[in-house]
Design a binder for this molecule. Structure first.
Ligand SMILES: Nc1nc2c(ncn2[C@@H]2O[C@H](COP(=O)(O)OP(=O)(O)OP(=O)(O)O)[C@@H](O)[C@H]2O)c(=O)[nH]1
Ligand SMILES: [Mg+2]
Length: 345
């Protein structure tokens, strides 16, 4: 996961070797000492001979405007090629530009120090986004106040991992002592009901189902009634997937929202959808409020740019990443997780 973004962002090692070769041609006293290939990928700044000479003489150096701009241009191209949205790239570059222009660098540690600035700029940008709801904490708090069941609706285009993710959430709840009921509201595909039942059995959750073709909202209504009657704190509502632009699906979801009145609506999207992901989310959010996003299949996503830009582009926080098919392959979103995965520090 994030491999391509990481490679692009830290394309350094290649550039770094080239630079080392360039340095070998310089007079010995102008070569900053002690720069070798470190284990961690380090970004590479193409510094001019004059910057390095000044650095060698004074012990600290400011990057010239050209050096900053060339570096930023390269980084900007890399981010855009890795599916980071234009607006996210621009805000990141703006934060980083300020830092690079204001900083003085030790000549021997320019690349390491610039990498640190990149890290802190990425963190600053990601931390600027709205934090997501902690689902487990939310249900626990509601259980204390007695406002249960908490109803969580999972929706999104087909095949993104809605049913599997619902299973993962139920498993995480179970580990935290929270019982849940599944609403098998994907009545669009005959096998979907069995699939939901299969997950419920494996996790030890309850399941409410109806027949193939039944009204999905009425199944949710029954699941909520069951949870109320049995004081089960969470109802997890599975839904059918289709093309995000499919009008029937949108109508079905709107009816679901009206009938089930979910406390939390989660959009489940594939991180591998590339640039198609944001329009998918925006299409759903035209008709209903999306509270959080779970980005699945990050383990299959070489680029990883969506993880960086989704919150800043859509204004909707990422709650979790799906990183595999097993029930425990769910990672809570933190800006640090994203940045560490990219920069490997
Ligand atoms: N590698 C990987 N596979 C995943 C992940 N999440 C789900 N899958 C797989 O993706 C496939 C589709 O998952 P489902 O949960 O059936 O997706 P869905 O959105 O419910 O599909 P529909 O109900 O047909 O719309 C399954 O093979 C899952 O095992 C993930 O995070 N990583
Ligand atoms: Mg499904």
């Amino acid at each position: 996961m994030f491999d391509e973004l990481r490679k692009r962002i830290s394309s350094a090692v290649k550039g770094f070797i080239k630079k080392e070769e360039k340095e070998a041609e310089l007079p010995a006293e102008t070569i900053p000492e002690g720069r070798g290939i470190t284990k961690e990928p380090v970004l590479s700044v193409d510094t001019s001979v004059s910057t390095r000479i000044k650095g060698a003489l004074t012990g600290s150096v400011k990057l010239s405007d050209d050096e900053v701009e060339n570096f930023l241009k390269e980084l900007e191209d890399s981010l855009l090629k890795s599916d980071v949205s234009y607006s996210a790239t621009e805000s990141f570059i703006a934060i980083l530009r300020k830092k690079l222009e204001a900083s003085r660098f030790k000549p021997r540690e320019i690349d390491e120090m610039v990498t640190k600035e990149v890290r802190s700029s990425l963190l600053e940008m990601l931390k600027g986004s709205k934090p997501g709801i902690d689902l487990i904490k939310f249900v626990k708090e509601r259980a204390v106040t007695g406002e249960i069941p908490v109803k969580i609706l999972f929706l999104g285009p087909n095949g993104t991992g809605k049913t599997t993710t619902m299973g993962k959430i139920a498993a995480a709840m179970k580990r935290n002592g929270i019982e849940s009921v599944f609403s098998a509201s994907d009545t669009f595909r005959a096998a979907a009901i069995e699939q939901t039942e299969h997950h419920a059995r494996a996790i030890g959750s309850h399941v409410i189902k109806s027949k193939y073709g039944a009204d999905p909202a009425s199944v949710a209504f029954d699941a909520i009634a069951y949870a109320k009657a049995h004081k089960i704190p969470a109802v997890l509502i599975d839904t059918a997937g289709r093309q995000e632009t499919n009008r029937n699906l949108i109508n079905e979801m709107m009816k679901m929202v009206k009938v089930a009145k979910p406390d939390i609506t989660v959009f489940v999207g594939e991180s591998t959808s590339g640039n198609a992901l944001t329009p998918q989310i925006m299409e759903f959010s035209k008709y209903m409020k999306i509270d959080g996003i779970i980005l699945t299949k990050l383990d299959c996503d070489a680029k990883g740019g969506n993880a960086v830009s989704i919150a800043s582009t859509t204004g909707i926080p990422i709650l979790f990443f799906g990183v595999g098919e097993s029930y425990d392959a769910l990672v809570g979103y933190t800006p640090e997780f994203v940045v560490d995965s990219i920069l490997h520090n």
